[in-house]
Design a protein around this ligand. Structure first.
Ligand code: XMP
Length: 507
């Protein structure tokens, strides 16, 4: 069993980032809700308390019994975590005169403290807090300040417990990773042996043990997660794994055939099902985005279920669920903006046991595992694509003609990104078919045709995203090509909204 750091989640937006940073140090960690600290787990070597949207003195503030952790594990409190420790043990936390957001610089850094090894005086850190620790408990010592706050970091005397008011996990904290390394490696003694190769070795062994000679089905989507899950399972149980790839008719141009071919080359035992007619007829006339998602989700389950029943003695359903999906579903303050869980009802309906070999990995780790498994780069480096596919990129009702228009425009855009070396620079890109027509002129003819919007974003986790600043020359070329080659489109726009407040997809 791998040694691990536990991150207790008090609901901050950046909790996942703490996890990513720790994993980037090749140290395994798990994020659990603040009140779900694993009991008597000998593999735990340290605990991090995250930030929170609450103030320590709010009625609703999340609270834990610190005595269950103190003396057992080294502890690091970040933002709310730091305030909580200090407040609970007799310090003072007060609303800051002015809320402090953004960059600050550390002063009076105690370089001799193990938390600050190799961290420079004046280093930039990122603050995001409405409250400030104005007094620390007796015996605690201040180990860094900023211009605005006297207590930017502290240690609880000689005890292995620290608190930092700033966010070392965010990119703008220049030496944040060093600070986390000091805690995780220097103080907790992590061995840094968590890697894609070690993950594959332990997971393949665990899957062999878990599944034995049982038969397993897995739904492939063409995306990275389900593909990597399939190859990993294939390595563990070979032909006892059957993969089912359903074409709901809303995939990218030629995608069904291309991806099916890739899967066959990977040696997967895969069944391709063309169910597009069923989906087109069920979606006919439907305009409401959530309704489209529900229809596709349910239709997918029906098709999958029918196919899976043709295979004898299946015991398990495997899914490419990854860590952010799990964290999202156990999020303690989360609000559902869009229902992303396309196949949520599948396990219940099929009465199969669930196998999710990637459920503890972040997206970039899934990619590393895929590479280590020898999967081709064009499968690994693929942009994310929504489960309901082009259905959520056609605003309004869906028809096969509209899908074809969108597929053609999308193909020009995506191929263009590849040709110009831009594909890997953006997180995700696609075209949206708008429910408007506008007047144009082609040759001497008046046209009255559709408008499409190009969308390309940069991101690291899809939680936040910025519009990609693509070169004008590229946009000009794509716009020209689309209008000239895609019949039915006479106007191209570029979406320059960031997330938040917009989302990546339009529906
Ligand atoms: P939004 O639009 O919420 O998208 O900013 C964030 C990421 O999730 C993808 N997405 C989906 N994925 N089923 C999925 O599997 C869905 O219904 C769905 N909706 C959005 C989106 O493409 C982006 O990567």
């Amino acid at each position: 069993m791998h040694e691990k750091i536990i991150i207790l989640d008090f609901g901050s937006q950046t909790t996942q980032l703490i996890g990513r940073r720790v994993r980037e140090l090749n140290v395994y960690c798990e994020i659990v809700p603040y009140n779900k600290m694993p009991k008597d787990d000998p593999s735990v070597i340290g605990v991090i308390l995250s930030g929170s949207p609450f103030s320590v003195y709010d009625d609703k503030a999340f609270s834990i019994d610190l005595s269950e952790l103190r003396g057992r594990y080294p502890i690091l409190g970040i933002c709310y975590g730091a305030q909580f420790i200090s407040y609970t043990l007799g310090g003072k936390v007060e609303p800051a005169g002015s809320r402090e957001y953004g960059r600050a610089h550390l002063t009076h850094v105690d370089g001799g403290n193990p938390l600050f090894a190799d961290i420079d005086e004046g280093t930039q850190v990122w603050m995001s807090h409405g409250d400030t620790i104005t007094a620390i408990p007796e015996g605690f010592k201040v180990i860094a300040s900023t211009d605005k706050v006297a207590i930017a970091a502290y240690q609880a005397g000689e005890e292995k417990m620290w608190g930092v008011q700033f966010h070392p996990e965010v990119f703008h904290s220049e030496q944040g990773t060093q600070l986390l390394r000091n805690f995780v490696v220097g103080i907790c003694g992590a061995k840094q042996d968590w890697s894609a190769a070690s993950f594959i070795e332990t997971t393949v062994a665990a899957l062999k043990k878990q599944l034995g000679d049982d038969k397993v089905v897995l739904g492939l989507s063409g995306g990275v997660d389900s593909s990597v899950a399939a190859v990993l399972l294939n390595r563990a149980i070979g032909s006892n794994l059957t993969c089912i790839f359903v074409d709901h008719g809303m995939l990218r141009k030629n995608e069904f055939h291309n991806v099916l071919h890739d899967y066959e080359c990977l040696g997967l035992n895969v069944i391709g099902v063309d169910a597009s007619q069923k989906f087109f007829s069920e979606l006919s006339g439907v305009t409401e985005p959530e309704r489209k998602r529900k229809i596709i989700g349910k239709g997918f389950i029906d098709v999958f279920d029918e196919e899976a029943h043709k295979i004898k003695d299946v015991k398990w359903l495997a899914q490419g669920t990854i860590y952010p999906d799990c964290i999202e579903s156990l999020s303690i303050t989360g609000t559902v903006i869009k229902s992303h869980h396309n196949v949520g009802g599948l396990p219940e309906k099929m009465n199969l046991r669930l196998c999710e070999p990637l459920r503890l990995l972040f997206k970039d780790e899934v990619r590393r595992v895929g590479r280590e498994l020898g999967m081709p780069e064009h499968l690994i480096g693929r942009h994310p694509f929504p489960g309901p596919g082009l259905a959520v990129r056609i605003l309004g009702d869906i028809t096969p003609e509209k899908v074809e228009i969108l597929q053609n425009a999308d193909d020009i855009f995506i191929q263009g990104l590849r040709d110009w070396g831009l594909y890997d620079k953006v997180w995700q890109a696609g075209v949206i078919l708008l429910p408007v027509q506008s007047v144009g002129v082609m040759g001497d003819e008046r046209t009255y045709e559709r408008a499409v919007a190009l969308r390309a974003v940069t991101s690291t986790d899809a939680m936040t995203a910025d519009w990609a600043h693509l070169p004008y020359e590229f946009l000009a070329k794509v716009s020209n090509d689309i209008i000239n080659k895609v019949k039915g489109v006479n106007r191209v726009c570029y979406d320059i909204s960031s997330k938040p407040p917009a989302t990546i997809e339009w529906e």
